[in-house]
Design a protein around this ligand. Sequence first.
Ligand code: AMP
Ligand code: GLY
Length: 425
Amino acid sequence: MKVLVVGGGGREHALAWKVAQSANVDEVLVAPGNAGTAREAGVRNVAVGAEDVEGLLALATEEGVSLTIVGPEAPLAAGIVDRFGAAGLKCFGPDAAAARLESSKAFAKDFMARHDIPTAAYAVVDEVEAGLRQVAAMQFPVVLKADGLAAGKGVVIVEDEAQARATLEDMLSGQAFGSAGHQVVIEEFLVGEEASFIVIADGDKFLPLASSQDHKRRDEGDRGPNTGGMGAYSPAPVVNEAVHAQIIDQVIKPTLAGMIADGCPFTGFLYAGVMLTPQGPRVLEFNVRFGDPETQPILLRLQSDLAEVLLECLDGRIDAVELKWDPRVALGVVMAAGGYPEDYAKGLPISGLDTDPPAEVKVFHAGTALDPDGQVITNGGRVLCVTALGDDVAVAQARALHWSAQIGFEGAFYRKDIGHRAIRR
Ligand code: AMP
Ligand code: GLY
């Protein structure tokens, strides 16, 4: 069969690479893909944009695609699953109604309040003065979140009133975030260690994936601005058996039950970003898709046939599936373009990609493209995710860093401390 992967980042390279290994998969199409998927055996890029739902439907129909896997949130929020479903095509992910868990932070917070799912105290405002009154009643730091999809940049932690005012004005003006900023969620600042908990869900049934942790801040020591993610590793030792059970009982089960009660059952990858506080897990955010870069280390460890697992889920049998994992740790280091997460250059040649890495290492591409001569060039802020397996976090980190040093492009930077919390443990 043919499988279509929608998207063109590191997550989609990992999904396409993994699905191409499935026994029953003849070919994987990626729309639009990147240089990494272009060079992967059994994988073909197609020049259709990830948000062009009609173009993707035409592609899947013409090519006789049996399963479509959606990487990013935007096409899910735009209703790609509804559209494919109406055309009788299998498309893995939530419909637009269920995708609101990610596409509207106000919806997600009200949903959690309604269903007693633990999360930070919050208020939703749509004008600056009301926001400042709310902030005045709280203790700094305070977290401000633009309501809509903002590619990981819609969250600002403010330290004082002047910063709160500037951020509220920026978000609510509609200039920086467009319609994503019509409402702002104001949230209590939580302290603890973060973990990413992702399950494959089908209504009330679900299958947890291996735990993981990503590093969202740009700089070492988890400092600097928030990014889409500078690296990740799996498993996350902070998610021990007790924490695992708590997250399932207090977050995953009530979320799936709440979505059913609200008339929008959830199918797809459900990603809970949780803060593990001394009072227990608190949901920071929901994503309605696999994480990027968490996908890269998680799939490097997955030994089961992913296409088969997702088809089982779409056929209502996800609870019968057992996943097999490589017991080793996987750790991915993101190589980013100079200037990211602000402005950065594109089109810079990347060296060091023609030598095959050792068996324990996989270089997943994110923002890359091929120029007309077949040279791999940069094409985004997060350019590569160098991912490695190791018997422990330190070994996996050393391998990923060693291989990252073999690769170069002008202005490249990456964090050398991915996994530091797990190493310290
Ligand atoms: P989000 O997109 O909501 O996950 O926010 C991005 C990042 O901001 C999270 O991964 C956290 O590191 C941080 N963050 C978000 N909400 C809070 C909060 N209530 N308290 C502390 N940190 C937060
Ligand atoms: N790594 C966080 C995300 O995918 O949103």
